[in-house]
Ligand binder design. Structure first.
Ligand code: ADP
Length: 307
């Protein structure tokens, strides 16, 4: 069974500067599992503890307590083996400017002890749409290309799990979709993806499952679908010809408000149906236009982080 689970984390704690006056709890009893082959998002505002989490997995930060298993193997006891299973893509876009992508991948493969015969340098460059830039100086690469090169570097040892810290930081908005596409392609090859983000849209677009952390605490953990279903509130906006009959529009469980030429209904979608509200408004005023607002992860995020 454990092979279905790529990463299992139990009661993970990290306190920086234990005993000092700057003691800081960065992770507080985090438990979660990442399913093999999934795209898992670790979502939270700045300072939530996302990088700390990733850095512990990457063995760059030492946990204070807790257990981590990678494909059923203790992270702590099999550090060398588990590191081979993971590719870590750091947040910074620092790349040695005087090497080419080809050279950088070769150097990285050397560091991981990948024998020359087993290297897949060209294949990886192609996978990340960098084949045209194989022999260009890294300093000439755009933000999006640099990010892809960092992903390529993390792939040289053929990891089963790819961990990306804020993958779209420093990437132009137009190029984000491309990058998401690249990451999805890697996932289709069977690679488990874990990414951190403070961008709700990114998490919603990319991830099948999401953990939300805030100030070191796990505040929500669910499938993206379920997270979205959790949002109870929904809004309908009516553009109306005139709202002189506004006072007559009353329905249990719905809050109607009006402002210049518009009536807004906010309601709990579990309790009342869309049609009922439409009918009520239609019977009293002339509707010119209707728009709805589904609510998104932003709402969940506000709900769970404001507690
Ligand atoms: P995120 O990646 O979600 O922005 P971090 O993991 O970087 O959050 O930080 C979590 C908390 O731990 C923050 O309050 C941060 O200031 C603190 N922190 C991070 N690194 C260190 C460190 N090396 N020493 C002390 N505190 C740290």
């Amino acid at each position: 069974m454990s092979s279905d689970v790529a990463i299992s984390v139990r009661d993970l704690n990290k306190i920086y500067g234990v005993g000092s006056k700057n003691e800081k709890v960065a992770l507080n009893n985090i438990s979660l599992q990442v399913k093999k082959g999934s795209i898992f998002g670790l979502l939270g505002p700045n300072g939530a503890g996302k990088s700390t989490f990733i850095n512990i997995l990457a063995d760059l930060v030492r946990k204070t307590s807790g257990h981590i298993d990678i494909f059923g193997m203790s992270h702590h006891e099999n550090l060398k083996d588990v590191k081979k299973l993971m590719g870590i893509v750091p947040q910074e876009l620092n790349i040695d400017p005087f090497f080419t992508p080809y050279e950088l991948l070769e150097i990285q493969a050397g560091l991981f002890g990948v024998p020359k015969n087993n290297r897949r340098t060209n294949e990886i460059l192609e996978l990340l749409a960098l084949e045209d830039k194989s022999h260009a100086y890294a300093r000439t690469l755009s933000g999006g290309m640099r990010r892809r090169l960092l992903i390529a570097k993390a792939m040289v040892h053929n990891p089963e799990i790819l961990i990306l810290d804020e993958p779209t930081a420093g990437v132009d908005v137009e190029l984000r979709q491309n990058l998401w596409g690249n990451i999805r392609e890697l996932n289709k090859l069977g690679i488990t993806i874990v990414l951190t983000t403070h961008n709700l849209n990114e998490a919603q677009e990319m991830c099948s499952r999401i953990a939300i952390i805030n100030k070191g605490n796990l505040v929500a953990l669910d499938s993206t679908q379920k997270m979205l279903e959790r949002i109870e509130g929904k809004i309908i906006k009516f553009k109306v010809k005139d709202s002189k009959n506004f006072e007559k529009i009353k329905l249990d469980g719905v809050k109607f408000t009006k402002s210049n030429g518009q009536i807004t209904a906010s309601y709990d979608k579990k309790k009342i149906k869309f049609d009922q509200i439409i009918d009520k408004v239609k019977n009293n005023v002339e509707i010119l236009d209707i728009s709805t607002d589904e609510g998104d992860l932003e709402d969940i995020f506000l709900q769970v982080t404001n507690k």
